[in-house]
Design a protein around this ligand. Structure first.
Ligand code: 13P
Length: 253
């Protein structure tokens, strides 16, 4: 059975004190009322080690938002997958469209990052999704397939079990313009079919596919009601404990 997950991507928000306060608040909320899904928070690098100490890892998984494409050495300013793992984090978000766009992360670079993350025992939340222009041209399926083929379909079946997919249409990120649940379900089902072609039906059935892009408490229930939508990767609404909890609670309805 595949896991249901609600994951927060804090992006470049919250200083250390604010981040710790948010993690603690969420931990208290979820300890009082157990979630019906797995919950993950993706914090900036510098928060990881301290946040790791204040959360109950049975309630909240911890994720980085990136890792280096090299194992170690003279790469000033970089943070390796091994370092991420050593903080107590269990996950890393890779392939986010913001990293592909602003930091020019190519399929090849991401392939290296994914391999290093898995080799160091991290689960990868691998983001894919088309731009508005690509959707207007109705090539969204080709785009997500190429992203999978370019960076994760080199993995063995055993390695691929560490991949969680996050479908995030770029036009829906931070815009308030959510994909309709129908649009999201259609492409999630397509993504699952592509995984099935590559790794077989069972692995495809067991792969968690999250939706991301202006997901909030008011639309999470409708999105999560679809058979191929297994949760969300949440940006803006993960920065307030009450909003994030509202999305987590969508799995209880
Ligand atoms: P928003 O929820 O702010 O649209 O961001 C989605 C996202 O990019 C999560 O990775």
């Amino acid at each position: 059975m595949r896991k249901k997950i609600v994951a927060g991507n804090w992006k470049m928000n919250k200083n250390l004190q604010e981040g710790l306060a948010l993690a603690e608040e969420l931990n208290v909320m979820l300890a009082a009322e157990k979630p019906a899904c797995d919950v993950v928070i993706g914090t900036p690098f510098i928060h990881l080690a301290k946040v790791s100490e204040v959360i109950d890892h049975k309630l909240i998984g911890l994720s980085a938002q990136n890792c280096a494409d090299k194992a170690s050495g003279a790469f000033t300013g970089e943070v390796s997958a091994e370092m991420v793992k050593s903080t107590g984090a269990e996950y890393v978000i890779l392939g986010h469209s913001e990293r592909r766009m602003y930091y020019h992360e190519t399929y090849e670079i991401l392939k290296e990052k994914v391999l290093l993350a898995i080799a160091n025992g991290l689960k990868v939340i691998f983001c894919i999704g088309e731009s508005e222009e690509e959707r207007d041209k109705s090539i969204q399926n080709q785009v997500v397939k190429a992203e999978l083929e370019g960076s994760v379909f080199n993995l063995s079946a055993e390695e691929f079990k560490n991949i969680i997919i996050a479908y995030e249409p770029i036009w829906a990120i931070g815009t308030g313009k959510t994909a309709t649940s129908g649009q999201a379900e259609e492409i999630h089902a397509y993504i699952r079919s592509v995984i099935a072609e590559k790794y077989g039906k069972q692995i495809a059935e067991d792969t968690t596919i999250l939706y991301g892009g202006s997901c909030k408490p008011s639309n999470a229930g409708e999105l999560f009601s679809k058979p191929d939508i297994d949760g969300g990767l949440i940006g803006g609404a993960s920065l307030k404990a009450a909003d994030f909890k509202g999305i987590i609670d969508a799995w209880k309805k």
